[in-house]
Design a protein around this ligand. Structure first.
Ligand SMILES: C[S@@+](CC[C@H](N)C(=O)[O-])C[C@H]1O[C@@H](n2cnc3c(N)ncnc32)[C@H](O)[C@@H]1O
Length: 370
């Protein structure tokens, strides 16, 4: 039998939900690059499923967005003491070749190319390249430089939890990983690709889908995946965002994983700023309620959570803020005026040392009822 002819390479359209993912990446990297460069001589942006670097109509793909975000950054000149390694990987040859052209074009447009920005384009699979890099590091008994890994696959078969664990088993590693929620739900109860799902989750607990009512499965696999990223990859802070299209259909889940509170803060700021265009919304479930990342902030789930979490305690405002940053989808800026002030007005909290009710300067003690 003759081999199947290879599908010709062609650019794909960039739907609004992909554009939203790109806006998020651009905003977050715009904050991450200067922060990470302040303390590190070498950092890595690893785009593990890089794509061709361009969409139909000319909008840039994630590797080009990452590069542009750095070299066109207002503070780029202040980052000259740090070497930035852009590690791009893509399994498809046509995509790699197009990506090479896009990278060459961006380099040509930014001459002289800064000596501290290195680009490495690979034509491999995520598993093979990551394993090769980490085996080499192990052999040298070295450590991976602080890395932001963008893991943006198609489907459920290419990103085993064991590889994510190895890749991020370094103190300053962070990851933004795409999770194919719908495909996971579809296959989890089928028994047809159990080996792949076992690899994806690093457990066989996904089989629990078979016992659930259809409406419960999407949240179940989402929560299981988050728990696995927490337990296996040892990420204390994880914020997930679910993209819904304008008809209310769940399109994808993204998980941002970090060990740094400041990372959580910056990613959530990016999230709340990628304002809904009407074509999509980012959502999270919190305190058993839905949080929609929208211009008008509904703080009801946060109020409910704070009353439960700090029940019967008197804590400083600093403690409340630090908790909100790492453990909720909300921002620091959502706490005082939008949440605590109305709670106090409604008699839900009090303070023994406040000068003016409804204001919470540093040192203010907040008393939560028992
Ligand atoms: C969702 S696209 C990436 C889009 C890109 N991150 C962006 O935002 O512009 C996924 C890409 O992964 C590639 N791919 C699929 N399986 C792969 C694997 N096992 N390893 C590396 N790349 C793979 C596909 O060819 C495709 O270009």
């Amino acid at each position: 039998m003759s081999p199947k002819p290879k599908k010709a390479f062609e650019l794909r359209p960039c739907p609004p939900h992909t554009a939203a993912k790109h806006a998020l990446l651009r905003r977050y990297l715009g904050a991450w690059f200067p922060i990470i460069a302040r303390w590190n001589k070498r950092v890595i942006y690893y785009d593990a499923f890089a794509g061709p670097g361009e969409y139909l109509g000319g909008s840039p793909g994630s590797p080009i967005i990452a590069l542009q975000t750095l070299i066109e950054h207002a503070a780029f000149a202040t980052m000259s003491g740090t070497e930035f390694v852009f590690l791009f990987n893509e399994q498809d040859e046509g995509c790699v070749s197009h990506l090479g052209e896009q990278v060459a074009a961006i380099q040509a447009a930014h001459q002289p190319w800064p000596a501290n920005v290195k680009i490495d384009i690979n034509n491999s699979t995520f598993i093979d390249l990551t394993t090769e890099i980490l085996d080499d590091i192990d052999k040298k008994e070295a450590k991976l430089a602080p890395t932001f890994a963008f893991v943006d696959p198609v489907g459920v078969k290419a990103t085993p939890m064991a590889i994510l664990k190895r890749l991020t088993d370094f103190p300053k590693a962070e990851m933004l990983v795409y999770f194919a929620n719908e495909a996971s739900v579809r296959w989890s109860g089928s028994g047809q690709i159990d080996k792949a799902l076992q690899d994806l989750f690093g457990t066989d607990e996904f089989k629990g889908v078979a016992t659930l009512a259809p409406g419960e499965s999407a949240d179940f696999v989402h929560d299981l995946y988050k728990q696995r990223l927490h337990d296996e990859c040892n990420f204390p802070y994880i914020q997930s965002f679910t993209m819904y299209d304008d008809r209310g259909k769940r399109v994808y889940d993204l998980f941002y994983c970090t060990r740094e509170p400041i990372g959580m803060s910056r990613m959530k700021e990016a999230m709340w700023k990628v304002a809904p265009s009407g074509d999509f919304t980012f959502r999270d479930r919190f305190a058993n309620q839905e949080v929609i990342f929208a211009e008008v902030v509904d703080t009801e789930p946060l109020r409910k959570h704070l009353l439960e979490y700090f029940r019967g305690q008197a804590v400083t405002i600093e403690t409340v803020l630090a908790h909100v940053v790492v453990a909720t989808p909300y921002l620091e800026t959502h706490v005082k005026t939008k949440t605590l002030r109305p709670m106090q007005a409604a008699g839900q909290i009090s303070s023994p040392n406040q000068n003016r009710p409804g204001t919470f300067p540093n040192g203010t003690i907040v008393q939560f009822p028992a």
